[in-house]
Design a protein around this ligand. Structure first.
Ligand code: PAF
Length: 280
């Protein structure tokens, strides 16, 4: 597997692939790779001639300095895992390479997509995500890029950014990968203590139960029920539970949710912020 740290050298290498008409698949990550990331790489390998995976813990998308500091970094293990699945290239830039002096985070207008849930709860987060993903897209110029549905709002924001910038890149959404107990795979799971890890599957259990009750209850009742479930666990804090339209993320505030809407949840366990969603 080839490893690149500099944009110019990566681009030089990729230009020889472009000239022979090869299709490039791209999997952007922040490292601490798990089976969910590897599933994205495998899907990209099946649909492209060459797959580039990037590993970059992007400082501009963290609104909390401690979260950035504590984000797991496992580069040696990541490279081993990527080699095992057959990824051909890795791009691991330094912060200086991605953000040379004087560089400013771009501000995007994604309208309502960016005003709810993660957008409201983490100010500036999506500008940071869109900025880095656009820079990574500029560096790799992939034909297809792969994103997990666990970060569903991020997926829609990236689709909107690609549309706004008229980038010739197909965004491929991939299903959420779960541990056997249902917990959505996330690099942040590594930060949970053993005790917190045994509690964490409750998040998906609550989502599943809420989705079965959505046929009978209105959104307000569902929200109260979710809050009540989490109140039983003093170490877990509900950041939000929302019902939204999967196309534009318009929120259902009190009406009964309809069948094709989605439930979105964020829970903090001992300072670790975990996110998940479910189709109702
Ligand atoms: O989902 C992530 O890991 C990150 O938000 C991404 C898309 C790699 C941008 O830093």
């Amino acid at each position: 597997m080839e490893v690149y740290n500099e944009i110019a050298i990566l681009q030089n290498r990729l230009s020889s692939l472009f000239s022979t008409g090869q299709q490039i698949g791209f999997v952007p990550t922040m490292g601490a790779l798990h089976q969910g990331h590897l599933a994205l790489v495998k899907e990209a390998l099946a649909e492209n001639d060459c797959v580039v995976c990037s590993i970059f813990v992007n400082p501009t998308q963290f609104d909390n300095a401690e979260d950035l500091l504590k984000y797991p970094r496992l580069e040696v293990q990541d490279l081993e895992l990527l080699t095992e699945v057959g990824c051909q290239m890795v791009f691991m830039p330094s912060a200086q390479e991605m953000y040379p002096e004087g560089f400013k985070v771009e501000h995007y207008e994604f309208g309502s997509l960016q005003q709810v849930m993660e957008g409201a709860s983490r100010p500036g987060h999506f500008d940071g995500v869109a900025t880095v993903v656009r820079k990574l897209f500029d560096a790799v110029k992939p034909h297809r890029a792969y994103f997990g549905k666990k970060d569903y709002q991020q997926l829609l924001i990236i689709k909107a950014m690609v549309h706004q910038m008229q980038l010739p890149i197909e965004i491929v959404p991939c299903e959420t990968f779960r541990e056997t107990d249902g917990l959505a795979m996330s690099s942040r799971n590594l930060r949970l203590s053993a005790n917190e890890r045994t509690l964490a599957p409750v998040i998906y259990q609550i989502l599943q139960e809420a989705s079965t009750m959505a046929a009978r209850w209105n959104t307000l009742q569902l929200k109260q029920w979710v809050q009540k479930q989490l109140d039983r666990y003093p170490s877990m804090e509900l950041v939000y539970f929302e019902i939204a339209n999967p196309e534009d993320l318009s929120l259902t505030l009190d009406a009964s949710p309809s069948k094709n809407q989605m439930g979105f949840i964020v829970v903090k366990i001992g300072g670790v912020r975990l996110i998940d969603n479910i189709l109702l």
